[in-house]
Design a protein around this ligand. Structure first.
Ligand SMILES: Cc1cc2nc3c(=O)[nH]c(=O)nc-3n(C[C@H](O)[C@H](O)[C@H](O)COP(=O)(O)OP(=O)(O)OC[C@H]3O[C@@H](n4cnc5c(N)ncnc54)[C@H](O)[C@@H]3O)c2cc1C
Length: 515
């Protein structure tokens, strides 16, 4: 990426948060020659060396965001999750029995419950720290400013800059603000307002232990074939998954255990866990799993998993401020798709901001109208699907950790429920992201042209408030063919969020049939 990217852009965007979604959104904006700055509260990049995987839809979006991001993935050591099987080089996820202690000669020994096929290089796994190191190289060198903890955002008049206020007393200015500041997002508070009950993270009653171990140790416990491919070992109240990362030299292992206790509000959610606790918890599981656990480090990170399941966001935007990634739709990790969903957000935002940039200063519309319209369309395109992920991830956890796996009279019943898991997985993977982009740009074009006509009719006197009063609902209405990548339902929803332009309380939803 050129060091001068964005110098000639009429649009300056501030991103809050330098996680995966903030960096990828910045890459998409910089690629489109929009000036972008990331403000990050930490002193540097903060991801651990544990793994993260990108599904086919997310990878398709990454390529459209910026092919250099795809390259960053490769340079960071991304590998197909099960490509090491020469006789079956497609990336497949496999769910298998991790609990029952049948003899190896028993046909039900480590029984395969379900396999989903993402195709060749369909899912790539990478260490998070390696990904971030590569992503930051895609950006102009002065893009990220560390040690800037956002405290407030103040929107000015129609064509004035927005002011971002930081904890150290400094300020910065931008035309638009995208909050990629994670599950504890400050930007989300600003978008929703101080009295909102939405967007409050709650405990999922699951704790995760993510770590990486040398691949040869995983092979010694599980054998070549299993260790070098994604497997998710299921059992009552827990599951353990693993896949290769770092060019296949390391195995990413994540343990998930159910915890029926409450998580006190003031207790940290990221702690140091003990292997001994995991060993105790898995003491009745299959010997191969116990062997795998014996190779985990004595101490490892453990995270109490929180999400936005209980209190979903009613909208993702307010004027020229919006939220993306976990700030908008933090989900539990059981689909392995939270970051992927943020990547889809990043693509829509990149495309709409590029369209907005081209509109600025060229017609009768103010900066505020051009940008807030783009964020309204973003909200409309992205909210339903990404909120569904939050819901579905909880459901997947329930399917993974059914008590019935341990009951010989019930495990067949449990196995049959995995059909649902397959549908939900393919809904994520087969998402038509190109159609998503087409609908976003079309909706935005329609909205802008409607506002321009209004401006001409009123001699330029269209205020942001008149966008919000509901008289442009038809313009931004759109058919939602996107939400279900595998479905063929023709009953679609037209949904608009005029409220996002002026605050909550003014939305309209209509069901229509399309031919
Ligand atoms: C165990 C586990 C496994 C997972 N596996 C997968 C997977 O395989 N595939 C997948 O797609 N997803 C996966 N996920 C989900 C994925 O990790 C998240 O969805 C993703 O990392 C969210 O990225 P983000 O950039 O939105 O937020 P974050 O990574 O939380 O980044 C937010 C950033 O904002 C900064 N910040 C916060 N507040 C402020 C402030 N006030 N001012 C300035 N900066 C601020 C933070 O310091 C941080 O750097 C997994 C999650 C877990 C827990």
């Amino acid at each position: 990426m050129s060091q001068s990217a964005g110098e000639d852009s009429p649009l300056e965007v501030a991103i809050v948060g330098c996680g995966i979604v903030g960096l990828i959104t910045a890459a998409g904006l910089a690629r489109r020659r929009i000036k972008v700055t990331i403000f990050e509260q930490g002193q540097g990049l903060r991801e651990l060396g544990t793994g993260i995987a990108f599904n086919p839809a997310a990878q398709g979006c990454l390529e459209m965001i910026d092919p250099e991001v795809t390259m960053a993935l490769r340079m960071g050591g991304a590998v197909g999750l099960s490509a090491a099987n020469e006789d079956d080089p497609h990336d497949c996820l496999r769910w298998i029995d991790g609990y029952n202690q049948r003899d190896k000669s028993d046909p039900y020994y480590q029984k395969y419950y379900l396999k989903t096929n993402a195709g060749y290089r369909g899912i790539q796994g990478i260490r998070r720290d390696h990904l971030l190191e590569q992503l930051i190289r895609v950006l102009p060198s002065d893009t990220v400013v560390f040690k800037k903890r956002l405290e407030d955002v103040v929107e000015g008049g129609d064509d004035e800059k927005i002011v971002l206020k930081f904890a150290d007393g400094t300020v910065a200015e931008a035309d638009a603000v995208i909050g990629c500041d994670g599950i504890k997002s400050k930007t989300r508070n600003i978008v929703l307002g101080p009295d909102s009950t939405a967007g409050k993270p709650t405990y999922t009653h699951v704790n995760s232990y993510p770590t990486v171990i040398p691949m040869e140790k995983a092979v010694s416990a599980l054998g070549e074939r299993k260790a070098r491919a994604f497997h998710n070992h299921l059992g009552p109240d827990a599951n353990i998954l693993h896949y290769p990362v770092a060019h296949g030299t390391m195995c990413n292992v994540t343990v998930f255990v159910r915890n029926d206790e409450e998580w006190p509000q003031d207790k940290p959610t990221a702690l140091v866990g003990q292997r001994a606790d995991i060993e105790h918890r898995f003491r009745d599981w299959n010997p191969a799993i116990r062997d795998l656990i014996s190779h985990l480090p004595e101490t490892l990170p453990t995270w109490a998993v929180f999400d936005l399941w209980d209190y979903p966001l009613p909208f993702y935007n307010k004027g020229r401020i919006c939220v993306a990634g976990d700030a908008a739709h933090a989900s539990s990790p059981h689909h392995g798709a939270g970051a992927g969903m943020g990547v889809e957000d990043a693509l829509v935002l990149s495309v709409l901001m590029a369209d907005a940039s081209m509109k600025l200063g060229k017609g009768k519309l103010s900066k505020s109208q051009v940008i807030s319209s783009a964020f309204a369309v973003y909200n409309d395109i992205r909210r339903t699907r990404s909120q569904w992920l939050v819901q579905s991830s909880r459901r997947i956890c329930d399917l993974h950790q059914q008590k019935e796996w341990a009951d010989p009279t019930k495990w067949l019943k449990a196995e049959s429920t995995l059909e649902e898991l397959k549908d939900r997985t393919y809904k994520i993977w087969n998402y038509d992201f190109r159609q998503m982009v087409a609908e976003a740009t079309e909706s935005y074009g329609m909205l802008i042209s409607r506002l321009e006509k209004q401006a001409s009719a009123t001699n330029g006197d269209v205020k942001a408030g008149s966008i919000a009063n509901g008289n442009v609902l038809e313009s931004i209405a759109k058919t939602k063919t996107l939400a279900n990548g595998i479905g063929d339902s023709k009953t679609l929803s037209i949904e608009t969020h005029a409220e996002v332009l002026a605050g909550p309380g003014q939305s309209c939803t209509t069901d229509v049939m399309v031919s």
